[in-house]
Design a protein around this ligand. Sequence first.
Ligand SMILES: [Zn+2]
Length: 177
Amino acid sequence: MRMDKVFVDLHIHSALSPCADKEMTPNNIINMAMLKKLDMIAITDHNAIDNVLPAITAAKNKPLIIVPGIEITTQEEAHLLAYFPTYEALDLFYHEISTFLPERINRPDIFGQQLIIDADDQLIGEDPRLLMNAVQLSFDRLVSRIIHYQGAPVPAHVLRDSFSAYSQLGYPGRVTH
Ligand SMILES: [Zn+2]
């Protein structure tokens, strides 16, 4: 194993994210990561975690670390990544915060499909909820809950002009142009 550098991609969307291609199955993601010689990846679906454990299972016996993760849309519509030391920690965190996702039904024809896929890339079903929605918890509240479960919060694509901590929260220090 290379000890000098670690190659990672910690922001990957599987077929469970409405924005992602349906070919983004656990095994396709893992095989592509292996081809790219990555050491570590995270599947960070929007407000959902169902494809994380299948990916961890499918990556067993492979020289690839899957960091349990998620990308949450906060109440302010900022995207917040979260990484956890174990799947159990992610699952406990998700169990708590998913109840704050509004009960609206997805329209796959408009927003895209949300496919749940097992470790053998078999289709299990679709998440019926509108995962594009914002979890009704504030950015700060979510950060503290992530830390409570020993997770690491990371603001997603911070310099983007939409759905970022800067664009939605206007944190001091933002460069205006
Ligand atoms: Zn994302």
